[in-house]
Write a protein that binds this ligand. Structure first.
Ligand code: PMM
Length: 288
C-alpha cells in the first residue's frame, strides 16, 4: 500500500476527501465503446451525470470524443466544443466538480473557462503541442495518461519488454515535459492508460504494480471501467461479457486499487464503485 496522495489545487469538496475519489464518466458521444449514445444530447448528458453524482460520484468527467480502440476517428473541434461545453457549464453551475476529457488544448481552455476543475488528457500532452501550456496557465489539476498514439492505430503500439518499467519511464518523460512547460508539480496526476496500446495481459502488471508507478511521486488515476481486459478473465466468459456486464469486475478492481491508495477511479457506474471505495477506506484504516 502506498499513501493516498491527492493533487493540491482542488475545490474543497475534493481536497478534503480522505478516500479515493469516484470520477463518473459522462461521454457525450455517439460511439464510445461501452456507453456511446446514452448521453448524446446535452440534456441527456446532464441527467446522466447528475444520476452518477446521486449514486456516489465525486466528480464528473465530460468527454466529446470517443477513444475506442481501432476505430475512433477524430471529431472536428467545433463538434467537440458543441458537445462538451454546454454540459461542463451546466454541471459546474450546479456545483458539481467537472473534469474535461479532451486531447485539444483549445477545448481544455474553454472548458476551464466554463467551470472545469480538472483537465484529463489521455495523450498526456502529446496530441496537441499547446496542451501543457494550457495546463500550466489554467493551474487546474491535470491528468497525464500513458499514451502511444491515436486510438485508430494504438493496438499496433502494444510492444513491451517490461510493460511496468516502460510505462513508468514514459510517464516520467511526460512529467518532465509538463514541468518544463510550467505545470506545477502539485497539479499533476498520472494514469497508466489501461487498454491504450495495451493488450489484455499488459494491463495486469500495471494494476498490480501501482506502487512502482507511485514512486514517481504523483497521485494516480485508474481507468479500468468496463474495459475489454476485464472480460478476458475466465469467470467473465472469455471475452464474452458485454461492457455493461463488466461492472462487477470493475468494482472489484476499484476496491483493490482504492485499498492500494490511488487518488481516483474513473468509472461508468457509480453506486457499486462508491461502495467499493468506502470499503477500501475502512480496509486502509485497519491495515497496520
Ligand atoms: N479511458 C477512456 C477515456 N478516457 N481517461 C483517463 N484518464 N483514463 C482512462 O483510462 C480513460 C480516459 C476510455 O474509456 P471510455 O470510452 O469508456 O470513456
Amino acid at each position: 500500500m502506498f499513501p493516498l496522495t491527492r493533487p493540491a489545487p482542488l475545490p474543497p469538496a475534493l481536497a478534503g476527501l480522505e478516500r479515493t475519489a469516484v470520477m463518473g464518466i459522462c461521454n457525450v458521444t455517439p460511439d464510445s465503446f461501452s456507453d456511446g449514445g446514452r448521453a448524446f444530447t446535452p440534456g441527456a448528458a446532464v441527467t446522466h451525470a447528475t444520476g452518477l453524482v446521486a449514486a456516489g460520484a465525486d466528480l464528473i468527467d465530460v468527454g466529446g470524443e470517443s477513444t475506442r480502440p481501432g476505430v475512433a476517428e477524430r471529431v472536428p473541434e467545433a463538434e467537440e466544443r458543441r458537445r462538451v461545453l454546454p454540459v461542463v457549464a451546466e454541471l459546474a453551475g450546479r456545483g458539481i466538480p467537472v473534469s474535461v476529457d479532451t486531447m485539444r488544448a483549445s477545448v481544455a481552455w474553454a472548458a476551464v473557462q466554463a467551470g472545469a476543475v480538472v483537465i484529463n488528457d489521455v495523450s498526456g500532452g502529446l496530441a496537441d503541442p499547446d496542451m501543457l501550456s494550457v495546463m500550466a496557465e489554467t493551474g487546474v489539476v491535470s491528468v497525464l495518461m500513458h499514451w502511444r498514439g491515436p486510438s485508430a492505430t494504438m493496438d499496433q503500439a502494444d510492444v513491451y519488454d517490461d510493460v511496468l518499467a516502460q510505462v513508468k519511464a514514459e510517464l516520467a518523460t511526460r512529467v518532465q515535459a509538463a514541468l518544463a512547460a510550467g505545470v506545477k508539480p502539485g497539479a499533476i496526476v498520472l494514469d497508466p492508460g489501461l487498454g491504450f496500446a495495451k493488450a489484455g495481459r499488459n494491463n495486469w502488471p500495471l494494476l498490480t504494480g501501482l506502487d512502482h508507478l507511485a514512486e514517481l511521486g504523483y497521485p494516480l488515476l485508474v481507468g479500468a471501467s468496463r474495459k475489454r481486459f476485464l472480460a478476458e478473465v475466465s469467470a467473465l466468459g472469455q471475452g464474452q461479457a458485454p461492457p455493461a456486464g463488466r461492472d462487477a469486475a470493475t468494482a472489484a478492481v476499484t476496491a483493490l486499487v482504492a485499498a492500494a491508495g490511488v487518488w481516483c477511479v474513473r468509472v461508468h457506474e457509480a453506486a457499486a464503485n462508491a461502495a467499493a471505495v468506502h470499503l477500501a477506506q475502512v480496509w486502509r484504516a485497519y491495515h497496520s
